[in-house]
Design a protein around this ligand. Structure first.
Ligand SMILES: NC(=O)c1ccc[n+]([C@@H]2O[C@H](COP(=O)([O-])OP(=O)(O)OC[C@H]3O[C@@H](n4cnc5c(N)ncnc54)[C@H](OP(=O)(O)O)[C@@H]3O)[C@@H](O)[C@H]2O)c1
Length: 321
């Protein structure tokens, strides 16, 4: 099969389109013929060697959509020909990938493969962090930084669908308009306005942050009593100042999570809950896939370059004919 291989840690030129053996599905797995694969920030960090190990020889890609080509010896949930999307721990930039059958979701009839491939990583991350862990509930105020990112467009739509009031920050007026069209009450262009000043009157209950650095003291000042600050990255800086009396006075909870290293049973339970709680919203159009641009698999390097530039709104997807 054709696949994109990371030949050594580095820039996007280290990605090469090569021939690889088709994987064999093992017990509890299905082999998916990939028709579309999502591009994620984490793929870029992996390529750069940012996870503390040499990625040479690896195929990147954390989510795919396609059809079941074969089932492993004890796999029983899906049939050959079923159209699925799936969360995977790597290997998505390829014509075939073997996947834990419990990490797959059926593609709703209204969605294309490209649209379906845009969902697993962000939906499962947002559901586990914002809803399972931070317990965002109807009527609460929610802020997501990076509102126009793949994560952001999912978080805004899910918060709204579950009755919360979503706020966002983003780096341009165009991105802010897109966030508001998706349901954000207000999106602040942080390059023109200080988000802390702009949200002074809003009692925030949950903040989803991927920026860190000097955002943290601002987030803590904006959070209401019993507020929850959840980290999924720290793109601006891993270290932040925390004013402990603020935490004590407002009983703020700070936490964070990474989906990728969670074990297979956790991901299986999460997938089941997402199928029950979120998939009906996908089917009826309340959660829309937001795809900014597609590239052929052979142009994965260009797709990652586009993501690095951060001009996109929503997801970037690789297509495989
Ligand atoms: N922990 C987890 O399990 C998990 C899972 C999935 C994703 N994530 C993280 O969530 C974030 C969003 O992921 P994604 O795949 O949706 O990525 P993405 O679409 O590329 O979004 C990243 C966005 O962050 C904003 N940003 C703010 N400060 C930045 C900085 N210093 N450098 C670069 N971008 C900055 C950019 O928007 P502006 O130009 O508007 O600032 C950019 O669009 C990433 O940091 C990713 O690592 C974490």
């Amino acid at each position: 099969m054709k696949a994109i291989i990371i030949t050594q840690p580095g820039g996007s030129t280290v990605l090469q389109f090569q021939e690889r053996p088709v994987p064999q599905p093992e017990h509890g797995q299905v082999l998916i013929r990939v028709r579309a694969a999502g591009v994620n920030r984490s793929d870029i960090l992996l390529r750069q060697g940012g996870y503390g190990m040499n990625p040479a020889g690896q195929i990147p890609g954390l989510e795919v959509a396609g059809t079941v080509e074969a089932c492993g010896p004890t796999s029983s949930r899906w049939q050959i020909g079923d159209q699925l999307c799936a969360l995977i721990s790597g290997g998505g930039y390829a014509e075939y990938v073997a996947v834990d059958e419990r990490h797959c979701l059926p593609i709703p009839p209204s969605l294309s493969f490209v649209e379906a491939a845009s969902l697993p990583e962000t939906v499962l991350t947002v559901w586990s962090t914002v809803f399972q862990w931070a317990h965002l509930t109807s009527g609460e105020n929610f802020l997501v930084h990076g509102g126009s990112s793949g994560i952001g467009v999912t978080a805004i739509q899910l918060a709204k669908a579950f009755g919360a009031h979503a706020y966002a920050t983003a780096g341009s007026d165009e991105k802010c308009t897109a966030c508001e069209q998706l349901g954000a009450v207000k999106c602040i262009n942080y390059k023109l306005e200080d988000f802390e000043q702009a949200l002074q009157e809003v009692q925030l209950n949950v903040v989803l942050d991927m920026v860190g650095g000097d955002y943290t003291p601002k987030n803590l000042r904006l959070l209401a009593t019993d507020g929850r600050l959840m980290f999924i990255n720290a793109m601006q800086g891993a270290d932040s100042q925390i004013h402990i009396p603020t935490l004590m006075q407002k009983r703020i909870t700070i936490s964070g999570s990474m989906l990728k290293p969670r074990d297979a049973n956790f991901k299986a339970a999460l997938t089941t809950e997402v199928e029950q709680q979120v998939w009906p919203l996908v089917a009826d159009g309340r959660l829309k896939p937001i795809v900014y641009r597609t590239f052929p698999l052979s142009e994965a390097a260009q797709a990652q370059e586009l993501m690095t530039g951060s001009d996109h709104i929503g997801k970037i997807i690789l297509e495989i004919q």
